[in-house]
Design a protein around this ligand. Structure first.
Ligand SMILES: NC(=O)C1=CN([C@@H]2O[C@H](COP(=O)(O)OP(=O)(O)OC[C@H]3O[C@@H](n4cnc5c(N)ncnc54)[C@H](O)[C@@H]3O)[C@@H](O)[C@H]2O)C=CC1
Ligand SMILES: O=C(CO)COP(=O)(O)O
Length: 344
């Protein structure tokens, strides 16, 4: 089996490295922290990010990026989206042959509104990669690392390369689908984090399952609205990388976005919350990006708008919920038909 480099040794990079090692690949896991590389190589653990998990011996950690990517056929990028440009700029200096690039990060860049694959394509010269593929779907690292059944979708402008990546990852516990809608698959994964923050807030305020179901359903409507305005196929949001990931992130206590929202709902302020989390909460940055884009393009996103006011303007979560509940009356079927591009 081939040599594969996984770039980013947080929860998700480590869990994906474990899946690849289970599939008998020679896995190189790069981390920007030397002591973490030593822990992975000596103790076969990554305790801060995957508590209680013993990593397969086929995973070797590297601190030197050039060594990590030497002779690999595939690179899997799994750093927080905020670090993606910087890491690609470093990669550009050390990749010396064309590779397939897959990313599994979920976010949109504020101000530029770029998806992760667009950021990668901007930073890496075309001759260094054969394709850019995204892997996304309902997949908490904590469960993947316990080999619990998980399904994801891979997508690329080049479907053959997506199928190649499907082959790398698929096994009896980790089922991988393909999709041709790169834009939709990336946006589903990025935008659900906004709604998960909202679901956490709702739970933190003490609201119940009815409120959460409403957030998931109305959240899906606004994800679809923004997604299609950015070029996605609306059907993608009915799939694993859309409603699938939305459900898992809004309902699982593994979700950092849900947990961060929960602390906000309980009255903590954003800085306190991010301090307590100690792991990436992608929804904060993506809320800013989606809010700015929706304003510029006049896309209606009431939940995202409310989240933006809580995160960046100091609005009280309860007041935002009250305002959402007392908006003007709507016709549900008409809206849904419009989302799917038909008239009711
Ligand atoms: N944790 C999960 O279950 C899942 C996470 N994701 C996505 O994967 C991406 C990474 O998330 P996690 O691994 O969960 O994050 P994490 O917070 O567990 O770990 C982030 C890792 O990135 C490293 N890092 C931070 N800044 C860096 C920089 N400038 N250069 C290099 N490395 C840097 C950190 O040291 C840490 O090892 C995110 O976009 C997230 O949305 C997607 C699916 C599942
Ligand atoms: O994307 C995820 C699960 O599919 C992980 O979500 P969190 O970043 O909220 O933990």
């Amino acid at each position: 089996m081939g040599k594969i480099a996984v770039i980013g040794a947080g929860s998700w990079g480590s869990a994906l490295a474990l899946v690849l090692a289970d599939n008998n690949h020679d896995v190189r896991l790069w981390t920007h922290r030397q002591e973490q590389a030593e822990e992975i190589n000596n103790a076969h653990t990554n305790e801060k990010y995957l508590k209680g998990i013993t990593l397969p011996k086929a995973i070797t950690a590297f601190h030197d990026l050039k060594e990590a990517v030497q002779d690999v056929s595939h690179i899997i990028l799994v750093v927080p989206t905020k670090a993606m440009r910087e890491v690609c700029q470093e990669l550009k200096q050390v990749i010396d042959h064309p590779v397939t690039i897959t990313h599994a990060s979920k976010g949109i860049e504020p101000s530029t509104y770029k998806r992760v694959s667009e950021v990668i394509a901007e930073e890496l010269p075309e001759e260094l990669y054969s394709a850019i593929v995204v892997l996304s779907g309902p997949s908490h690292a904590e469960e993947v690392s316990l080999r619990q059944p998980t399904t994801v979708t891979v997508s690329s402008g080049n479907l053959e390369q997506a199928e190649l990546v499907q082959d790398l990852f698929i096994n009896e516990k980790f089922r991988v689908y393909t999709s041709p809608d790169l834009v939709g698959v990336e946006l589903g994964g990025a935008l659900k984090n906004i709604i998960a923050l909202g679901a956490g807030i709702s739970d933190g305020l003490g609201y119940g399952d009815n409120a959460k179901a409403a957030l998931i359903t109305r959240g899906l409507a606004e994800i679809t609205r923004l997604g299609t305005s950015m070029g996605a196929n609306p059907l993608t949001f009915a799939g694993l990388s859309g409603v699938g990931d939305l459900i898992v992130t809004c309902t699982s206590h593994h979700s950092r976005n849900w947990r961060a929202g929960n602390l906000l709902g309980k009255g903590n302020d954003l800085d306190e919350v991010l301090d307590k989390m100690g792991m990436v909460v992608e929804g904060v940055r993506t809320t800013k990006a989606a809010y700015q884009f929706s304003k510029e393009q006049s896309v209606e996103m009431p939940i995202t708008n409310g989240l933006y006011r809580i995160l960046f303007e100091g609005a009280k979560p309860k007041d935002v919920v009250d305002q959402l509940m007392t908006r003007g009356r709507r016709h549900e079927m008409e809206e849904l038909s419009n989302l799917l591009g038909e008239r009711s």
